[in-house]
Write a protein that binds this ligand. Structure first.
Ligand SMILES: [Zn+2]
Length: 152
């Protein structure tokens, strides 16, 4: 080949997609059901962070806070949308290894403690956990719903 291609400089075509501002609390963009799931996870992480990272109860260290932002993004993009099974039962493994391991540790520590600290959320989560996993994801994520609503 006479003209070997240089690396295309068109790598930054992505920026228009990213212009959608990250809100302070990404969980605000979630449907009620998904937001509750996120809140449950945040409480669990607060318990964990307090014990393991010596952070004041009710707040989060930077690492735990960024895990929560990650979790909100995953919930937003979950192809099951509002029919999402609880993460423990989900056949799709959408978390990366590191985040998955962090989450597991948090659940292991905080799961049993949630019944005492936040019994209503804990019970609602147990009820969610009894719903059967849909055979196929609806492929209608919270994110797609948001985008569609914005257009109309
Ligand atoms: Zn922490």
């Amino acid at each position: 080949m006479p003209h070997s291609h240089r690396k295309s400089p068109k790598k930054h075509a992505k920026t228009s997609q990213q212009s959608e501002k990250q809100s302070v609390n990404p969980a605000e963009r979630l449907s009620r059901r998904l937001a509750r799931e996120h809140r449950t996870f945040v409480y669990m992480t607060q318990l964990y962070c307090h014990k393991h990272h010596q952070h004041p109860l009710g707040s989060l260290c930077d690492a735990c806070a960024s895990l929560m932002a990650y979790a909100a993004q995953k919930l937003d993009r979950c192809p099951y949308g509002d029919d999402k099974p609880t993460c423990v039962k989900c056949p799709i493994h959408c978390y990366k290894a590191k985040e998955r391991e962090q989450s597991r540790e948090i659940m292991r520590y905080s799961g049993p403690r949630m019944l005492v600290r936040h019994p209503i959320l804990a019970i609602l989560h147990l009820i969610d956990g009894r719903q059967p996993v849909p055979e196929q994801p609806s492929m209608r994520s919270n994110r797609q719903r948001r985008k569609a609503e914005k257009k109309s």
